[in-house]
Design a protein around this ligand. Structure first.
Ligand code: ADP
Ligand code: ZN
Length: 704
């Protein structure tokens, strides 16, 4: 049991060091269990908030907490994060100089460190320290690495069993995002923590919006997607090293700060790329799956799968790298037939080929689903979602079914005519009546069914054929050059008039012209969030810590909403703890105050227009309004011009004639649109009054 004294410290510690007011699901129970010195196994999805489960207890324990972590990059990041929160933490690994290591030893012995991150291979070196200092808790991060069942086995993890032997009374907390039973069992056995309490959190990451699109014109779609989010960090996963490079260079050509990342690059290049991404210097990383493991960056706002992943585990882990801060983020998956074929090829020769193919099949089903995608994902992990999620493309845009029997009959009869020997591409060519070399060589243009599907576009046929295969009306013979073949169900459609339901293919609006090479970006909005983000970026550069460790996006969003203008209000914001208040508080408050003042000034200006408008509507003349408001008539005219531009009902031609507008228009052409009024005034021989010129220009501007 936890002492009352410790119990009472939980929330104040959470607020003081992390700035949060509430625990996330299960965190409190886990922390209480750790503090009661029990062993624990924690399974939580990526971004679920695992670190808190050992970081917070470390502050309440007498001695040091050891954190075993496999990735050096991840260690540094976590330590930076801890330090930013005012917690003394450090790391110890083989990348450090001997002198650095000794300095850390010293700090440990002098009890100046609460949390020490260690790579498993460096642990033996620390053994003597373990005897000299009091280790209060051992956290084993990425604990699945211990299991050869897992997808990320690391031999150095297998020695960790010795910890329980030499420190039998020190609680161990093992944490991972990998859920399956065999791995869980293995972790417990190997760590000798058979009495561990297991905590299984929900795998739902409701803040990630899920979307699947057909993979046509991917590059165009990707460019449009990124342009709509000019400041947001994202990762694009590709199947091959080459495609990461091609895609990154394409994005660069379009003015996007992008880089590629894959195992073929040197260690230095990879580290630099990762760091530039963490520090928001690179917006987009095009990567093979290798990227992201060691990254805790909480403000990754989106993940795109340029190619289909091999299985749902991989997909879920990768999309989990977005939105760790819990605010809206997006996962977009491109689904293409050729990817499936490619991925099947990869399974050839694998010892567990059957398993791999089955997993790929589930992935394919997910991509082609016509029901809530999150339900499918969670059910894959053994979780039942009671309601549709409302945050996936299927929920947002439920498919429209229609009677597609004739379409199916046309496709199946062409497959029959082609003797079940040709792949989808040629089947569609024949349906559409193409006269290309292949069609003519093989005499398919002579077939009666050549061109029976002319009325349907190539793209739509592709979609329909995918749907027909999904529903079992035809199948792909992977071992025979991916030829489309008939099934038992085909006959029902061809000869028994079985009704086939199809859904309308998704329209890709991005098709419209002009995308090639166009670099127009959405202009940045002048919002408080943008200003705070900029301030955060400046601090990040000055202090050399990643921007999201200054404050995460969720915290900035809340500042934008609540607009705290004094220290005590700022401290109320989730994510603002004691140290961050002291170090960054003043800057952020100043930014919020100055932003708010600007807005008030702007509003005042708008208000003065409104007063003029009210008087105008009452029927007062310009001179009367000016007199009443103690302003110059020219000022009132400028108000009217503004009101007119804003679409208010102003009879502008009462003050300037159509002819005068034309005169000004001509002057504008001649003068090549000068920025001031004076050139007009002079050009028109000083005969037209300034206010008329202004009104005429307002009209011309609005018309264009
Ligand atoms: P995991 O290790 O499970 O992938 P992290 O420990 O990196 O996840 O936590 C993900 C994010 O959630 C971090 O930005 C962290 O600050 C935030 N977080 C953790 N606990 C809380 C909480 N109780 N309230 C708000 N945010 C939290
Ligand atoms: Zn859904």
């Amino acid at each position: 049991m936890l002492s009352k004294e410790t119990q009472e410290k939980l929330f104040p510690t959470l607020k003081k060091y992390f700035g949060y007011d509430t625990f996330r699901e299960q965190q409190q129970e886990i922390i209480e269990s750790v503090l009661s010195k029990k062993d624990n196994l924690v399974i939580m999805p990526t971004g679920g908030g695992k670190s808190m489960c050992f970081q917070l207890p470390s502050l309440l324990f007498e001695g040091i907490t050891l954190v075993i972590s496999p990735l050096i990059a991840l260690m540094k990041d976590q330590v930076d994060g801890m330090n930013a929160n005012g917690i003394s933490a450090d790391f110890y690994n083989s990348s450090q100089e001997k002198s650095e290591q000794l300095a850390i030893f010293d700090k440990v012995i002098r009890k100046e460190i609460k949390l020490l991150y260690v790579a498993p291979e460096s642990l033996q070196l620390l053994e003597n320290i373990l005897n000299e200092t009091h280790v209060s808790c051992i956290a084993i991060d990425e604990a699945h690495c211990i299991s050869s069942w897992g997808h990320d086995f690391r031999p150095s993890y297998q020695q960790l069993g010795f910890l329980k032997k030499i420190l039998p009374n020190t609680p161990i907390i093992a944490l991972t995002a990998t859920a399956d039973k065999a791995t869980r069992q293995d972790i417990i056995q190997q760590l000798n923590i058979t009495n561990a309490t297991q905590f299984l959190s929900s795998f739902d990451r409701a803040n990630i919006e899920l979307e699947v699109r057909p993979g046509n014109d991917r590059i165009v779609q990707v460019l449009k997607f990124i342009r709509e989010k000019p400041e947001e960090s994202g990762i694009i996963y590709c199947l091959s090293r080459k495609s990461t490079e091609q895609l990154a260079s394409k994005l660069q050509q379009n003015g996007i700060k992008a880089a590629s990342y894959h195992a073929g690059l040197s260690f230095e290049v990879r580290t630099q790329t990762q760091e530039d991404f963490i520090y928001d210097k690179t917006q987009v990383v095009c990567a093979t799956v290798a990227f992201g493991m060691g990254i805790d960056k909480s403000n990754v706002r989106w993940v795109i799968h340029y190619n289909m992943p091999k299985n749902i585990e991989g997909y879920y882990q990768e999309i989990g790298r977005s939105g760790r801060d819990g605010i809206e983020s997006k996962a977009l998956l491109f689904h293409s037939y050729s990817d499936v074929i490619q991925l099947r090829k990869f399974t050839e020769g694998a010892s567990n080929k059957e398993v791999q193919i089955a997993k790929l099949e589930r992935m394919k089903q997910f991509s082609e689903a016509t029901t809530c995608r999150r339900k499918i994902l969670l059910s894959y992990f053994g979780e039942l979602l009671a309601k549709n999620c409302g945050n996936c493309d299927v929920c947002k845009n439920p498919p429209e079914f229609f009677n597609g029997t004739v379409i199916a009959q046309k496709a199946l009869s062409v497959i029959t005519r082609l003797k079940e020997k040709e792949g989808a591409g040629l089947v569609i060519d024949v349906l559409r009546g193409a006269h290309n070399a292949m069609v003519i060589d093989r005499g398919y243009d002579k077939l009666k069914s050549h061109g029976i599907g002319k009325d349907i576009s190539w793209r739509d046929w592709q979609q329909y054929i995918i749907q027909l295969t999904n529903q079992g009306y035809c199948e792909i013979a992977f071992h025979k050059n991916n030829a489309l073949q008939l099934t038992n169900f085909s006959k029902k459609v061809l000869f028994e008039n079985e009704i086939v339901s199809l859904t309308r293919p998704v329209e890709i609006k991005e098709q419209v012209k002009a995308q090639k090479g166009a670099t127009t970006k959405k202009p940045k909005k002048d919002t408080l969030f943008e200003r705070l983000r900029k301030l955060r970026q400046e601090i990040s550069l000055a202090e050399n810590i990643p921007a999201y460790l200054v404050f995460n996006d969720a915290t900035l969003k809340e500042m934008e909403r609540a607009r705290p203008m004094c220290e005590s209000d700022l401290l109320e914001i989730s994510g603002v703890g004691q140290r961050k208040l002291e170090v960054y508080g003043e800057d952020f408050i100043a930014e919020i105050v100055s932003f708010s003042n600007e807005k008030i000034d702007k509003r005042k200006k708008n208000d003065t227009h409104k007063v003029t408008f009210e008087l105008y509507k009452e029927g007062l003349t310009i001179d009367e309004i000016a007199k009443k408001r103690n302003l110059k008539p020219t000022t009132i005219f400028s108000h009217l011009a503004k009101l007119f531009t804003d679409g208010e009902d102003i009879d502008i031609y009462n003050f300037v004639t159509k002819e005068e507008v034309e005169t000004v228009r001509k002057a504008q052409d001649k003068l090549e649109n000068p920025p001031a009024l004076k050139p007009y005034f002079e050009y028109l021989n000083e005969k037209m009054e300034y206010f008329k010129i202004r009104l005429a220009l307002t009209i011309i501007d609005k018309e264009s």
